[in-house]
Write a protein that binds this ligand. Structure first.
Ligand code: AGP
Length: 610
């Protein structure tokens, strides 16, 4: 996600911007910039790349004598990382920085272009600046302009804004993306989070949805959503810079687990049309393209291929399209039979995984249409695929993926629904139900599970001192078991294997001995009885059984050592709730064992070697 900082006061603003931007680097970024009021001018300096590039530009052309400035680190969503797409953006008399996604930016851009606006960048942010400028020219009042412009915006935003003619003033507004107002000895600040401001102040006010603030020198005026002024309550943070970068969480992984409800909704909601149906046409994956797909080959690595196993089920169940899954490092050595109507769908959080990139290039050499589901924007895999769907999870810092995988599953589910709608295999009600499940039910269910995280800490203690742990399940539960097993072993170093519940008795059950932990995923009512019999097979041999099942599952008291009940609002609610549970079990086990949760031994966040 992007990072915002702003300052208006009596001190030199640019050094504060540079210090604050360096403290926002942890959020992940690909470009950086600042805008400073110098006299009646606004000096704007921005670039693709790291902060060092900006420092170099400022050394070559210093910006001095400013006490009012805004700064930004950009994690690209719309538009490649480039100098022109970097923030701040300036249109007319408005200069602004933005964190979030304006979902309806294309429609807004069209209306503005019809009024003669010419855009220099491919960003939704420049469109927002142009709209605010148009309103400012009409009203002459920054607060009125902000209120009018944001009333037309759909999506998430936090803006820091400089208006020409408003010397020494910064205006800020937020909806969907966090923003704080802070009070220092020598002026006022805004920032995406307190981390950027710790060298200057610890007193901050977390802005509410729709709140607008105007900071100037020694004063700050706050307007609530209705436009009435109010006196903000400032609180004092006790966070250290390192703790603050994790949003107060002990590890990035836990922070990213907690970001999943918002990430899942943020991934799918930009692909929901006014009728509440899945629509990926803005991604270049329209109904005409999807209706021509006769077969899907899903190719990926690690957690991404585990998402692919679920994705294959979605495409077959919802769209009636035969789908197969291939581990990327195997794909090109025994390429599957495929026709020109075969879509090769690659999945990659980082967009740079060498095995997956090699498979993508192989598919393209064979003339097969390719689609990439990727989190990191404008990365090699995203660029080289014929089409791409970004998961908009935001930067994932922990090596073990959580929100990256979560949003891959959400994107695949919505894509399958769009494909089913396109080829007529799914009706509108089915497709609409999938969207509702992903945008509403799943986030709510994940929050329900996160509220009971201490349950998972207790469960984790039963796993920590065992050499072998098993996850078993049938159908989609087996696919989820693969991810659950990887999560546990990659961060806690406890060996864990995922097994098709019905397959265990064909050999591997010989490894089950008294106390062996077996976690049973039994979320599908149609398969519950069969899976329960597999549970009894291991329990009768002394296994320590943790059962994850729906709230309404008929489970006798002695069926398992521990039962974790999952919301059943919809299939998506149950699946994503189970996902959060297994992620938290892995996390708590690793913490209990004192492992380096965010940087597990031997692992890299992006495996760029084959
Ligand atoms: C996930 O926790 C692992 N770190 C790893 O399996 C990862 O999913 C795999 O390397 C694929 O990475 P990608 O999604 O960036 O391509």
């Amino acid at each position: 996600m992007c990072g915002i900082i702003g300052y208006s006061g009596t001190a030199n603003a640019v050094p504060k911007m540079m210090k604050g931007l360096s403290l926002l680097e942890y959020r992940g970024y690909d470009s950086v910039g600042l805008a400073a009021q110098v006299g009646d001018e606004v000096k704007l300096v921005k670039c693709k790349g790291r902060i060092g590039v900006l420092e170099e530009k400022l050394r070559d052309a210093p910006v001095e004598g400013s006490s009012c400035a805004i700064g930004h680190t950009r994690w690209a969503t719309h538009g490649a990382p480039s100098d022109v797409n970097a923030h701040p953006h300036r249109v007319g008399g408005v200069t602004l920085v933005h964190n979030g996604i304006i979902e309806n930016y294309k429609a807004l851009a069209g209306a503005l272009e019809a009024q003669g606006v010419v855009f220099a960048s491919q960003t939704d942010t420049e469109v927002a600046a142009a709209l605010i400028d148009a309103c400012y020219r009409r009203t002459g009042d920054p607060v009125a302009a902000i209120r009018q412009a944001t009333a037309h915006m759909r999506g998430a935003y936090a803006f820091g804004i400089l208006f020409d003619g408003q010397k020494g003033r910064i205006y800020a507004v937020r909806r969907g993306s966090p923003l704080i107002l802070a009070k220092g000895q020598d002026g006022y600040y805004i920032a995406s989070d307190i981390t950027a401001l710790l060298p200057f102040t610890r007193e901050y006010h977390a802005m509410d949805e729709g709140e607008i603030v105007c900071l100037s020198g020694q004063t700050a005026t706050c307007y609530d959503e209705k436009g009435d002024t109010f006196t903000p309550v400032f609180q004092k943070t006790t966070l250290t810079p390192e703790a603050a970068q994790k949003g107060g969480y002990p590890h990035f992984m836990l922070k990213e687990i907690y970001e999943q409800p918002r990430a899942a909704a943020g991934c799918v909601s930009p692909r929901v049309n006014a009728a509440g149906l899945p629509d990926f046409s803005a991604d270049g994956v329209d109904a005409a393209f999807l209706s021509g797909v006769r077969q899907v080959h899903i190719v990926a690595c690690g957690s991404a291929v585990h998402a692919g196993y679920l994705g294959a089920r979605f495409f077959e169940d919802i769209a009636g399209i035969p789908a197969s899954v291939y581990i990327a490092s195997e794909y090109r050595y025994h390429p599957p039979l495929s026709g020109e109507k075969t879509l090769v769908l690659v999945i990659s959080q980082s967009g740079e995984t060498a095995d997956t990139l090699a498979a993508l290039r192989y598919a393209k050499e064979k003339g097969l249409p390719t689609l990439a589901v990727v989190n990191a924007v404008e990365t090699t895999i995203a660029r080289e695929a014929d089409r791409r769907v970004y998961t908009y999870a935001g930067p994932e810092i922990a090596v073990a993926t959580t929100k990256g995988y979560c949003t891959q599953v959400a994107a695949l589910w919505a894509l399958a629904a769009a494909a089913g709608l396109a080829n007529g295999h799914a009706d509108a009600d089915t497709a609409r139900a999938v969207v509702k499940g992903l945008v509403e039910d799943a986030p709510a269910a994940m929050k329900t599970m996160l509220a009971q995280r201490d349950t998972f800490a207790a469960a984790a203690k039963g796993l920590a001192d065992h050499e072998h742990v098993f996850y078993i399940g049938r159908g989609a539960d087996y696919a989820l078991a693969m991810e659950a097993a990887l999560k546990l072993k990659e961060i806690s170093y406890v060996h864990c294997e995922a097994y098709a519940a019905g397959e265990l008795k064909h050999g591997t059950i010989s490894l089950i001995e008294p106390g062996t932990p077996v976690l049973v995923l039994a979320t599908d009512p149609a398969l519950f009885e069969k899976t329960e019999s597999n549970l009894r097979e291991v329990r009768s041999r002394g296994a320590y059984v943790i059962l994850l099942c729906r709230e309404d599952a008929a489970v006798t008291a002695d069926a398992a050592d521990r039962v974790i009940r999952l919301p059943q609002t919809s299939p998506a609610a149950t699946l994503f709730a189970a996902l959060v549970a297994v992620q938290c079990i892995a996390y708590e086990t690793a913490v209990f064992l004192g492992c380096d949760v965010d940087r597990p031994r031997n692992l890299a966040k992006s495996v760029t070697v084959e």
